[in-house]
Design a protein around this ligand. Structure first.
Ligand SMILES: [Ca+2]
Ligand SMILES: [Ca+2]
Length: 95
């Protein structure tokens, strides 16, 4: 699903965070679990600890799932420059 979305639009062609979120939510559960989040980031060759720390940052209530509002908050919230670059590369331009 993600691959299809990327092939169709390119990551920078994502029209909205909602589209990006839905593309990464491969089982259509309405939230991103760690596997889905890691799969979204896999092509960037982050270490598993980098992925885990990003996941924990996004998962603000710590329930092991990234809900859509947490996804939006995570992307728009305060990020270090390195993380901002990663997020921007992964999820596209969002400003
Ligand atoms: Ca899911
Ligand atoms: Ca959560």
């Amino acid at each position: 699903m993600l691959r299809k979305a990327l092939a169709k639009q390119g990551v920078h062609g994502m029209v909205s965070l909602r589209d990006a979120f839905d593309a990464y939510d491969t089982d259509d559960s309405g939230d991103l679990d760690f596997e889905e989040f890691a799969a979204a980031l896999m092509q960037y060759k982050l270490t598993s600890s980098e992925i885990r720390s990003l996941f924990m940052r996004f998962d603000q209530d710590g329930n092991g799932q990234i809900e859509y509002d947490e996804f939006v908050e995570g992307i728009r919230g305060e990020l270090t420059p390195k993380r901002r670059t990663i997020i921007s590369n992964v999820f596209g331009e969002y400003s």
